[in-house]
Ligand binder design. Structure first.
Ligand code: 5GP
Length: 114
């Protein structure tokens, strides 16, 4: 059975995407439908379906994803202006791709969300 989702294909470079950063644990790439001038997705290379699947064993990946987001914000010079990090979870949270991902949004003043 082929369980690959679109993000797995991007990670494995089976489909084209603008990859910003990749290491053994995570991949960061531009969102295909950006909601702000900067919209980057940071995903674990190994599939975790949603943040609900974070447990004692794999919880460090969230820190790695957040640290990657901060490094990208520094590298692309929007660190001081500020940015937003979002993780959607399941239907009510607006998650459409069943592969844990962190949205890194920046490049403009973002509307107050909560
Ligand atoms: P979600 O709604 O699940 O939190 O976020 C999924 C994100 O993936 C959306 O912002 C959407 O634009 C993005 N996306 C969906 N398909 C693709 C794709 O094929 N390539 C890229 N780069 N982004 C995608």
């Amino acid at each position: 059975m082929n369980c690959e989702n679109i993000f797995t294909k991007i990670i494995k470079k089976k489909i084209k995407s603008k990859i910003i950063y990749q290491n053994k644990k995570v991949t960061a790439f531009e969102d295909a439908n950006p909601k702000s001038p900067i919209h980057i997705l940071i995903v674990p290379n190994k599939i975790i379906k949603s943040i609900n699947k974070i447990n004692k064993k794999n919880k460090n990946i969230i820190g790695t994803m957040a640290y990657t987001a901060i490094k990208i914000a520094k590298k692309f010079n929007f660190y001081k202006q500020g940015y937003r990090i979002v993780i959607n979870c399941n239907k009510y949270g607006g998650q459409t791709i069943p592969h844990l991902h962190m949205h890194l949004l920046g490049g403009k003043i973002l509307g107050k969300f909560c």
